[in-house]
Design a protein around this ligand. Structure first.
Ligand SMILES: Cc1ncc(COP(=O)(O)O)c(C=O)c1O
Length: 412
């Protein structure tokens, strides 16, 4: 079933804007998505009617806020088919979720002889924490190379996994090429060697159905702001038994059951709270959780299969039309069905920033630069790239306009 982007657009106030006298065309959803009024209303309603701290007060407002916040965890759990909300930790975003795994799990579990496997297509957020930590623990960070089109070579991947591998990290979808990785295959290979798998779902959870049970993922990280929700809220999914065994990331209020001062030892003995609260120290982003719940309800109302089908149609159409422009180089998989709605490209002799600025003068918002994935750009022998990315509110008409402007740029 296809979605109707024209109906959907009515829910997104920002899309009515004009910039430089042109109607806004937003092709930067891989960086952050726009927000429907249902999400904006949920946030407004929370602050106008329910605002209170959670898990602290016995009063009505605190009870209501706590219930909403817990419901938000439940909603996320159902969305990715987790067992329950005990497997859903709210964090600031994908970056913080990955750091949580690195510092709460790897810091304590990994030794000098261990290896962490990451791919060359990783966003920096799945490289930097591992490199930093390896300097403390002495473990090796090993990189799995990619093919010339930025796709994974599963044979190379399998050969890179060994008994030393303790965790395999990979993006479900590359934020540069949009290429979709076969996570299930990698999970099977990793588990055969007793390694855990951390999937960066920043670009997949917003765009296609993701089922953590079916994929048998150990950790999944994603960000609310890329899936219609507000900034500052994201999710770490972890298998119950793994989270249960882990020590907390941050210490403070809400993540403890008891902090009791022993007058003989003159120390405090501390017991952790139940999952997921053990990992949510301090006052959480309550309103962010409420906004994320509204975003998920909105996406569920459309259906993730329909989201995927729409973006596949737009990507195929845009890639076909981009071939009309001689001076335009498109990177990544050539087959639109192996991709989500992300198209990296360059125009001969022009920098990606100049291309993005020219588009901007026509009110078309695209990304330019490294997209926080410099190693993959180095593999492509590129200094940078321009990137157009689509979501549920984009239309073929917008792509036609994009091609018109692209031809103008390429004509210079
Ligand atoms: C694949 C991927 N991983 C991680 C991130 C980081 O997400 P955040 O900045 O929301 O933490 C992004 C953001 O662009 C991304 O695309």
């Amino acid at each position: 079933m296809m979605l109707d982007p024209y109906e959907i657009r009515k829910d997104f106030p920002i899309l009515k804007r004009k910039i430089n006298n042109h109607p806004l065309i937003y092709f930067d959803s891989a960086a952050t998505s726009q927000k429907p009024r249902q999400v904006i209303e949920a946030i407004k309603n929370f602050y106008e009617n329910c605002n209170a701290n959670v898990h602290r007060g016995v009063h009505t407002l605190s009870q209501e806020a706590s219930e909403l916040y817990e419901n938000a965890h439940e909603e996320v759990a159902k969305f990715i088919n987790a067992k329950g909300m005990e497997e859903i930790v709210f964090v600031r975003g994908t970056t913080e979720a990955i750091n949580l795994v690195a510092y709460a799990w790897a810091l304590r579990s990994l030794k000098r002889e261990d290896e962490v496997l990451v791919t060359l297509m990783e966003h920096h957020s799945n490289i930097v924490p591992w490199e930093s930590l390896s300097k403390i623990n002495g473990f090796q960070v090993k990189y799995v190379g990619v093919n010339n089109d930025g796709t994974l070579n599963y044979e190379v991947f399998e050969n890179a996994i060994s008994e030393r591998t303790r965790i395999v990290c990979l993006p479900h979808i590359s934020n540069v090429t949009g290429g979709i990785n076969d996570v299930k295959k990698v999970v099977k290979m990793a588990h055969e060697h007793g390694a855990l798998v951390l999937v960066d779902g920043a670009q997949s959870v917003p765009h296609l159905p993701v089922d953590v049970k079916d994929l048998d993922i150990d950790f999944l990280a994603f960000s609310g702001h890329k899936m219609l929700g507000p900034t500052g809220i994201g999710v770490l999914y972890g298998k119950h038994e793994i989270l249960e065994e882990m020590e907390p990331f941050h210490g403070g209020g809400a993540m403890i059951k008891e902090v009791s001062f022993n007058t003989i030892t003159r120390r405090c003995s501390i017991s952790w709270n139940d999952l997921p609260w053990k990992f949510e120290a301090g006052t959480p982003n309550i309103c962010g959780g409420v906004g994320l719940m509204a975003a998920i309800k909105y996406l569920k109302g459309i259906g993730m299969e329909a989201v995927r089908a729409h973006e596949r149609m737009l990507t195929g159409y845009a890639m076909r039309r981009m071939k009309e422009c001689e001076k335009v180089r498109v990177y990544g998989p050539k087959d639109a069905s192996a991709k989500c709605g992300i198209i990296p490209f360059n125009v001969d002799e022009l920098s990606s920033h100049d291309v993005a600025l020219f588009f901007d003068s026509h009110a078309i918002m695209i990304r330019s630069g490294f997209h926080c994935a410099q190693p993959l750009h180095e593999k492509f022998k590129l200094k940078s790239s321009a990137r157009a990315s689509f979501y549920i509110y984009n239309t073929r008409e917008e792509i036609d306009r994009f091609i018109e402007v692209l031809k103008e740029i390429a004509g210079f």
